[in-house]
Design a protein around this ligand. Structure first.
Ligand code: GRF
Length: 226
């Protein structure tokens, strides 16, 4: 008889779990390399300072160390090799399929070394974030830290921004500045900046999770409590 079915006892608990999980912001994290930003997001989630869940990690590089990091924490990983697709569009269509299948709310580019197509942007409007190792709009593109050193700036830093159709041009959410010292090398400056990246990326994601980010044109306003 239905009322004697032991499964019935489990149903309320399953319900609680489904509700609990659906309250969390669902992330899809795209990586190509070391994955230290991915690690820092995992750490913030595990210590409770970021109310989100990483549903899927996608890497376009089968050798990326970030894959090992994700697996260590039981996060599903998909590898999409650039060369397996006819063009960028086909690659992004597969990305979209995977992200949508995982009900991803926000796409996180964390050292993802690929320009994304308008098709992906349209599928996740104002729902793709990136982190850049310089104070945008200065030094966009690759080697932001090296560009800053060579230019001779006294301050550099990092920027979390929404992705638009340009290269590192989207609306800025949070920036953090660090000092540049006379004896800095690309490595020492990158390490100082990376520490800030790990702090502000999760902070920006948490603001998004709390619905505190308002975008007007190219400006982002962080709503504060009244
Ligand atoms: C970071 O410096 C990030 O700003 C840039 O690529 C690097 C990725 O580092 N987009 P990691 O793979 O997260 O360690």
């Amino acid at each position: 008889m239905a009322e004697n079915n032991p499964l019935n006892l489990l149903i309320p608990f399953i319900g609680v779990r489904i509700k609990y999980m659906s309250d969390l912001l669902k992330l899809g994290v795209l990586i190509s390399g070391n994955g230290s930003n991915l690690q820092s997001i995992i750490d913030h989630i595990e210590k409770g300072s970021l109310k989100a869940i990483i549903k899927i990690v996608i890497s376009n590089n089968p050798e990326a160390y970030g894959i090992t990091r994700a697996k260590k924490h039981g996060i599903p990983v998909v590898i999409l090799k650039n060369g397996d697709f006819k063009n960028k569009e086909e690659f992004d269509l597969e990305l979209i399929r995977i992200l949508k299948n995982n009900y991803v709310d926000l796409v996180i580019l964390a050292g993802f070394m690929r320009i994304i197509t308008p098709t992906l942007l349209k599928a996740f409007p104002h729902k793709i974030m990136n982190i850049h190792p310089a104070l945008l709009p200065s030094f966009p593109g690759i080697h932001g830290q090296k560009q800053a050193l060579e230019y001779g700036v006294k301050l550099s830093g990092c920027t979390v921004h929404f992705v638009d159709e340009g290269v590192d041009t989207g609306p800025i959410i949070i920036q953090s500045a660090v000092q540049v010292f006379d004896n800095d090398t690309e490595e020492t400056l990158a390490a100082r900046i990376l520490k800030e990246e790990h702090r502000i990326y999760s902070q920006a994601i948490q603001l998004f999770a709390e619905g505190k980010i308002e975008i007007k044109g190219r400006k982002v306003r962080i709503k504060t409590e009244t």
